[in-house]
Ligand binder design. Structure first.
Ligand code: NAD
Length: 490
């Protein structure tokens, strides 16, 4: 596998100024995949200068042309689907059936959606006093800094860059130091698509150095961050120097409520996807199962049987349903939550440890895990970000809502019921940015994505994203209004 390993600045591939590099490893067996150039603060400065130089011409290209380039990129991503899927699988540990079936198609679809959006996102005319025309332009912000995590690196290239570029901004993007490879490949495809030099710049570096420099850089007008709540808070503080616009897509602790009248077969399947897809490393994972006591025993029994049967293995094998976690450090963090659970008096119903199979011993694997817990316990409140389902029981709808709304987070939530009125009622009362009824974890480029509370603020996708990446400018034209003379003539 030959991969790009340099920084992408001003349309060329360059080493970091300090000549340092970062090792990128395969979480399946720990083997070295690549050593990529490490960007530090001075490299971010170079990237910002390139993005500033590119901004003037880019904002004056026609919206149609920006859209055409994004559409071409979407086609190129599809043309390189197999290669991108394998790259993402090796870098992150996502099973190949998911990178082929979800990550790559969703990336292409999102670039295509924003390609189509570029010349359809329009301003407005405000009905003001007679004699004035007041029209509102949606203007690009300038240079946008984008910092992303390691859980869906390929998809995030499109979620972040799609709307930013469609709106006429230029970009400095930092992938996670753990998973930079698919982002670098997308940058190569962007060159092939014809994006002008400097419109997109990719700096592969660590958070504390390159990431921090993006957050504080005075030449960056907006920073869009996806990652943990703790780092999000530090981004907000670092961005205060030049009062950047900030968008934060942070952690979650998704509530998934099973009412007694639910189709249990569908709910078991959907709840398994909610927590086990991508090994639970999803901000919108349904990591809290809140189940009605009348069906709790049957539900948990069926869910545990499914969990024990999940095919854990080499993510390159098309039969694999769950791969390794993305890094040894993260695997250890998730495992440490098992000690927390035991100390709190929780019951580990299944899993909670690395699999015994010797062929998986060199990788970051964990068994699908179900833990019976209680609302005040840490496992019910803190984001574990792994294949660990925290189960709680309820008696009444009010109690279910109290449990569901009882964490600091508010990202995704779901409920399973056959009662139409209850579905709407509970969806309205859930404190979340997204609610799924009789499904979980649906995303679409047209549907706003984001959270409330400590899950952050701002929205990706849809028209909302175009608003996030533009500023409104009101232009007042006097076409015949008599202005009152308020001052004596000189
Ligand atoms: P993280 O916060 O550790 O890192 C995210 C990114 O920030 C990485 O690129 C990292 O290098 C960078 N970073 C780290 N410290 C920084 C600093 N001081 N200044 C600037 N940048 C810094 O998160 P992670 O462990 O990579 O990802 C997991 C987290 O991401 C989870 O909490 C998950 O819920 C969250 N997430 C949220 C969404 C969402 O849309 N709400 C989506 C996916 C993941």
């Amino acid at each position: 596998m030959t991969v790009q390993t340099k920084l992408f600045i001003g349309g060329t591939w360059v080493d970091g100024l300090d000549g340092a590099s970062i090792e990128v490893r395969d979480p399946h067996d720990g083997s070295l995949l690549a050593e990529v150039a490490e960007a530090r603060a001075a490299d971010v400065d170079r990237a910002v200068r390139a993005a500033q130089a590119a901004f003037g011409p880019w904002r004056h290209t026609t919206a149609e042309e920006r859209g055409r380039l994004l559409l071409k990129l979407a086609d190129l991503i599809e043309a390189h689907a197999d290669e991108l899927a394998l790259l993402e699988t090796r870098d992150t540990g996502h099973p190949i059936r998911d990178t082929r079936g979800l990550d790559v198609p969703r990336t292409a679809a999102t670039f295509r959606y924003f390609g189509g959006m570029a010349d359809k996102h329009q301003g407005s005319v405000v009905p003001v006093e007679h004699g004035f025309l007041d029209y509102v332009l949606r203007e690009p912000i300038g240079v946008v800094g984008q910092i992303v995590p390691w859980n869906f690196p390929l998809m995030f290239t499109s979620w972040k860059m799609g709307p930013a570029l469609a709106a006429g901004n230029t970009v400095v993007l930092k992938p996670s130091e753990l998973t930079p490879l698919s982002t670098l490949r997308v940058a190569e495809l962007m060159t092939e698509a014809g994006f002008p030099p400097g419109v997109v710049n990719i700096v592969t570096g660590y958070g504390a150095t390159a990431g921090r420099r993006i957050a504080e850089h005075p030449g960056i007008g907006k920073v869009s961050f996806t990652g943990s709540t703790a780092v999000g808070r530090s981004i907000l503080a670092a961005s205060a120097g030049n009062l950047k616009k900030v968008q934060l897509e942070l952690g979650g602790k998704g509530a998934n409520i099973i009412f007694a009248d639910a189709d249990l077969g569908a709910a078991v399947q959907g709840s398994a996807f909610a927590i086990y897809h991508n090994q639970g490393q999803a901000c919108i994972a349904g990591s809290r199962l809140i189940v009605h006591e009348d069906v709790a025993d049957e539900f948990v029994d069926r869910f545990v049987r499914l969990s024990k049967g999940v095919r854990l293995g080499d993510p390159k094998d098309p039969a694999t349903e769950m791969g390794p976690l993305t890094s040894p450090g993260h695997r250890d963090r998730v495992l440490s939550y098992m000690e927390v659970a035991v100390a709190d008096g929780d019951e580990i119903v299944t899993g909670g440890k690395a699999p015994e199979a010797t062929e998986l011993a060199g990788g970051c694997y964990l068994e699908p895990t179900v833990v019976a817990t209680q609302a005040e316990h840490r496992l019910a409140r803190e984001e574990v970000f792994g294949p660990v389902l925290a189960v709680q029981r309820f008696r009444t709808e009010d109690e279910a809502l109290r449990i569901a709304n009882g964490t600091d987070y508010g990202l995704g939530a779901g409920l399973w019921t056959r009662d139409l009125s209850r579905a709407h009622r509970v969806a309205h009362e859930l404190r979340a940015g997204m609610v799924w009824v009789n499904s979980y974890k649906r995303v679409n480029p047209g549907s706003p994505f984001g959270g409330v509370g400590q899950s952050g603020f701002g929205r990706e996708m849809g028209f909302e994203a175009m608003h996030e990446y533009t500023d409104a400018k009101a232009v007042w034209i006097n076409y015949g209004a008599q202005l009152p003379a308020r001052y004596a003539d000189a």
